[in-house]
Design a protein around this ligand. Structure first.
Ligand SMILES: Nc1ncnc2c1ncn2[C@@H]1O[C@H](COP(=O)(O)OP(=O)(O)O)[C@@H](O)[C@H]1O
Ligand SMILES: [Mg+2]
Length: 505
């Protein structure tokens, strides 16, 4: 089966198409000065191919987020995530085959490079089982694969250039088809440009870019002069997925619009000079205090939860429930806990999606007459993390645990439970959880991910891992100096204490 992606019309009026299968094997480079229509071209290509193939867009300006509404791409705002989470997200995108837009808007050059590299790295390094074909579109590729060192650190440049080189040179075997666009061919690293076999050349003014284009396409420099006269939206196509001879084409319309559409000329509002002076030079508002950190973990989640579910003071006092006593709260808490433990005791619970678990939780709460106080999904997620780690709510009241919770807060939420599980084992002097037990608490089957996770937590300075002479692992909590007993990291079973803890119903 061949799939033809309609791009527009040739100058002769015929329909111009890209052969998708060929494109997956041979990659594409789009070049043209700013305003020549590259992003429009990429959008057309993405829209037309969306039903056929998974895709991801590395989007420095946040232009492509509008694809989400029409085509269901998941928008990932890179600003809100660490490199580590983006790396994991990159892997998951391939495992679950979700089309995405990585929105890098609002980040400085250094962080755009680092985070794009992390995300691309995750997609590149995913296990072989998940090497399904996908398009990886990089707009303004010279930002991620610059020809010369710029203002950013050497490390950021190395990471980003490495990721782009992997994408264009070694990605094909892994199913990744790189499609890159640049406004300045001379600013794009040569090895990255050289791996594309398909070209769409748009309007180009500078001699040095024209010369590079002619070299890449194997054209006479004189022939490349024609790129100067191209109009916006007009491109010269060449390559196995496009045309065997240079072919002029005009890109057709798109269904969606860029979010950052070019500003239009608008008549200026009429105002007197005095009004203008009053508005522009008015006293500035008082400076606001620095923003508080985004996430501070509640010291005792469930009591907060219960408090939040109390009727607000302004509700009708006749119908409002009387405030609950501490004992009643504790009892309610214990009942919610018990329901959660029952769900988690089911054999496949560790691997079921959180949405499915939550629905079951809600139903069981309603059966138990707790329908009015069911925690929200986000709170449920935290309860689940702790419960998977074998921690009951009673732990939340222990002083030493307050300290551990505070430390856990520097980790991404999905890792906190694993850290707490290890901390618990260390506190009690239990055997160190095996890789399998860690994987289970993390909700994955992958032992490799479990080991990565442990390394990551160690890198954050929370724990120290050591092996004894017999290859058994000991984890020590930094500062608290609690240590687990030595245990075989490759053991199949969870250590007995952890096992009996999670089934103590
Ligand atoms: N083929 C086309 N048909 C209609 N409008 C186009 C076409 N190509 C580009 N445009 C419009 O021209 C402007 C600049 O195009 P854009 O794709 O953003 O350029 P670039 O990414 O090369 O800087 C945008 O407003 C875009 O909508
Ligand atoms: Mg653009």
């Amino acid at each position: 089966m061949t799939v033809a992606i309609e791009m527009g019309q040739t100058t002769a009026g015929a329909s111009a198409a890209i052969d998708l299968e060929e494109l997956l094997a041979t990659r594409l480079l789009v070049q043209g000065n700013s305003g020549s229509g590259k992003s429009h071209l990429l959008r057309r290509l993405l829209e037309q191919s969306a039903p056929w193939v998974q895709q991801t867009i590395i989007d420095p300006e946040g232009d492509f987020v509008t694809l989400a509404e029409r085509f269901g791409h998941l928008v990932i705002d890179a600003e809100d995530h660490t490199e580590r989470s983006l790396q994991v997200a990159g892997e998951r995108v391939r495992i679950h085959r979700v089309s995405t837009v990585l929105n890098l808007e609002g980040l400085d050059a250094e962080n755009q490079m680092r985070r794009a590299a992390a995300f691309l790295g995750g997609m590149f390094e995913v296990a072989r089982d998940h090497w399904y074909p996908m398009l990886v579109v990089v707009d303004e590729a010279q930002l991620f694969a610059p020809a010369i060192a710029g203002e950013v650190s050497d490390e950021a440049r190395k990471l980003s250039l490495g990721a782009m080189t992997n994408l264009m040179c070694r990605g094909r075997k892994r199913g990744l088809a790189g499609i890159i666009a640049t406004q300045r061919l001379a600013k794009l690293a040569k090895n990255v440009a050289a791996e594309a076999s398909n070209f769409l050349m748009g309007r180009t003014f500078l001699d040095i870019d024209m010369a590079r284009a002619a070299d890449l396409l194997g054209m006479e420099r004189r022939q490349a002069e024609a790129f100067r006269d191209l109009e916006r939206g007009q491109f010269m196509a060449l390559g196995p997925a496009l045309s065997r001879r240079p072919l002029g084409l005009r890109i057709g319309p798109t269904d969606t619009q860029p979010r950052n559409a070019a500003p239009r000329l608008m008549p200026l509002p009429e105002a007197t000079l005095e009004d203008a002076r009053a508005i522009i030079l008015a006293a500035p508002p008082p400076e606001t205090a620095a923003r508080p950190p985004r996430r501070t973990p509640p010291p005792d989640l469930l009591s907060q939860l219960m408090a939040a579910k109390q009727p607000a003071p302004e509700t009708d006092p006749e119908t409002a429930e009387p405030p609950l006593s501490a004992e009643q709260l504790a009892e309610r808490r214990e009942r919610l806990d018990r329901i959660l433990r029952a769900i988690l005791a089911e054999p496949d619970a560790g691997f079921r999606a959180i949405g499915v678990l939550y629905q079951e939780f809600v139903v069981r709460c309603r059966i138990e007459g707790l329908g009015a106080v069911v925690p929200e999904l986000t709170d449920f997620r935290r309860m689940l993390t702790r419960a998977r780690a074998g921690l009951g709510t009673e732990m939340a009241e222990d002083d030493a645990w307050q300290d551990v919770s505070l430390r856990a807060a520097i980790l991404p939420e999905d890792m906190q439970g694993v850290f707490m599980m290890i901390a618990r084992a260390a506190k009690e002097g239990w055997p160190c959880p095996s890789d399998a037990a860690i994987a289970r608490a993390y909700g994955t089957h992958s032992l490799r991910r479990a080991r990565h996770l442990l390394t990551y937590i160690e890198e954050q300075g929370l724990i120290v891992c050591q092996l004894d002479g017999a290859g058994r692992r000991i984890v020590t909590l930094v500062e608290l100096a609690w240590a687990t007993a030595a245990a075989d990291p490759n053991a199949d079973e969870a250590p007995p204490e952890a096992a009996c803890n999670s089934s103590s119903l």
